[in-house]
Design a protein around this ligand. Structure first.
Ligand code: NOJ
Length: 521
């Protein structure tokens, strides 16, 4: 039997911003349960829930203080069970986010490690002496800016954090760490979770010698800088961890899945194997350009040609600028986003949607005083940060805060957010929400018949077209109409004005269409 996850469409729920059931301005697990009918109607197969564990929220849940419980802000373990049972009832799978690279600095393991230099938990993290000139142990940088080391004031040693100082990295060379995570994996699988999205999946093991990155000449700035290609993570031992997790996952019915947060297609192939991870993301953050899209699709597919599964396509997530804005913003950005989802969901493989893209949300303006993202703060505002794609969902066109919450939401709703409201769009046939529902329904209808590979078709410059069995997908990236020779019945288009005359398909500017080579019925 074909595995449920192959070709599945997942939907990322950013829990804090999805739906608020108790009126505190923060999304929660019962809120998700209350919106399962919306997700069912949208037509997704599975949900990825961002971390909902107890956490001081220094990186909004990616700083975990307890891996086997629920943050009271989000509910209880009983609420998780309820969500899972209802989702399964609705035929929707649920995968949870696992953050094995680092904990919160408030996790009891780290508190014990800080408490005494002789506590066994000290070895669970990377503590090291600084260099003689009072500098950190090496020149590694945090992804959020600044040194990747902070001082433990009581011992004068330093500890490693590839992200915020409140997210100390675990030492995966210490055998108690993998053993502990096997228990955590089993805990959620035994509860019925359908798998995991694994945060920074390739980073767990750091190079043992903690060597400096060599300095290389940066042609952009003319100065010397640490070589970003010098591998400090991605050590071979990480594969044994995933082999073990896969064995644990395989002991459960129905099939459970492991999705790695690994973006580089060339690295993914080493992880997506029958005895390791099932999937990794192909994030299409390319500009609106036919050549760039084709290149990115080919690179992702080629890298995984011999792997156990093809790419898991995605246009955005809670870490990147929303696609409507990336594609030019306003009506233009929305037109392109409508076309892009046709292109993306026409491809073989899994897909991951990010909450709010089905409403056509743009990147929101978040006033500096309301910012929350540590990336923004650690770079003193040089990086805009990720708050703009995390603003809560507008559910209702009327009422305060677009129906998200009676209380002030944790990130303010921008003026006019209610024009994107789900209830308003639900009633409008041409809305972005209606478009997403139709695309997903059509994919489901055709899906069973479609082969796992595509053939590129000829078309004028600035267009892309491919066929996949009976389905043909065409996209016009130009700002003027374009015509292609394509057979079939026009089943979906992203814009009004798409015409099929005989075998001549005319696509308006910035639009895409699907053709079905078989007659209706
Ligand atoms: C990737 C997550 O998606 C991001 O939100 C987080 O800040 C980092 N990993 C660190 O956990």
């Amino acid at each position: 039997m074909r595995s449920w996850w192959r070709d599945a469409v997942f939907y990322e729920v950013y829990v804090r911003s999805f739906a608020d059931s108790n009126g505190d301005g923060i999304g929660d697990l019962p809120g998700i349960t209350s919106r399962l009918d919306y997700l069912k109607r949208l037509g997704v197969d599975g949900l990825w829930l961002t971390p909902f564990y107890p956490s001081p929220q220094k990186d909004h849940g990616y700083d975990v203080a307890d891996y086997v419980d629920v943050n009271p802000e989000y509910g209880t373990l009983a609420d998780f069970n309820e969500l899972l049972a209802n989702a399964h009832q609705a035929g929707i799978k649920v995968i949870v986010d696992l953050v094995p690279n680092h904990t919160s600095d408030q996790h009891r393991w780290f508190l014990a490690a800080l408490d005494s230099a002789t506590d066994p938990h000290r070895a669970w993290y990377h503590f090291a002496a600084g260099k003689p000139d009072d500098a950190p142990p090496n020149n590694w940088q945090s992804a959020f800016g600044g040194a990747a080391w902070s001082r433990d004031q009581s011992t004068e040693q330093w500890y490693l954090h590839l992200f915020a100082p409140e997210q100390p990295d675990l030492n995966w060379w210490q055998p108690d760490v993998p053993a502990e995570f096997e228990r955590i994996v089993e805990f959620w699988l035994a509860r019925g979770a359908d798998g995991f999205r694994i945060d920074v999946a390739s980073a767990l093991f750091k190079r043992k010698d903690l060597a400096d990155r060599p300095l290389v000449h940066d042609p952009g700035t003319g100065i010397m800088k640490p070589d970003p290609h010098f591998a400090i993570v991605d050590q071979p031992e990480v594969h044994d961890v995933y082999r073990r997790w896969r064995q644990i996952a395989n002991q459960h019915e129905p099939e459970r899945v492991l999705v790695g947060e690994i973006f580089d297609p060339l690295r993914q192939a080493r992880y997506i194997r029958p005895d390791q991870l099932h999937m990794a993301f192909a994030l299409m953050r390319v500009k609106w350009d036919a050549v760039a899209w084709r290149r990115a699709i080919v690179a992702a597919q080629r890298a995984l040609a011999g792997a156990d599964s093809g790419p898991s396509w995605t246009l955005s997530n809670h870490d990147v600028v929303r696609q409507v804005t990336r594609f030019g913003g306003g009506a233009l950005g929305a037109e392109r986003a409508r076309a892009a989802i046709l292109l993306l969901l026409g491809l073989p493989g899994q897909a991951f949607l990010y909450q709010g893209e089905e409403l056509g949300l743009p990147e929101a303006e978040v006033p500096p005083a309301a910012r929350q993202d540590p990336w923004y703060f650690h770079t003193q505002g040089r990086e805009a940060g990720r708050d703009g794609c995390r603003v809560p969902l507008p559910w209702r066109a009327t009422g305060v805060n677009a129906g998200f919450s009676e209380a002030d939401p944790w990130l303010p709703m921008p003026a006019g957010w209610s024009r994107f409201a789900a209830d308003r769009q639900s009633a409008v046939p041409g809305s972005m929400l209606a478009h997403y529902r139709r695309v997903l329904a059509e994919r489901r209808r055709l899906g069973r018949w479609l082969p796992p590979s595509i053939s590129w078709l000829k078309g004028p410059a600035g267009t892309l077209a491919f066929s996949r069995g009976r389905l043909a997908v065409a996209c016009n990236f130009l700002s003027r109409p374009a015509s292609l020779e394509l057979g079939g019945r026009l089943v979906l288009s992203s814009r009004e004005g798409t015409r099929l005359e005989g075998r001549r398909l005319t696509l308006p500017a910035n639009s895409a269409a699907w053709l079905d080579a078989l007659p209706a019925g």
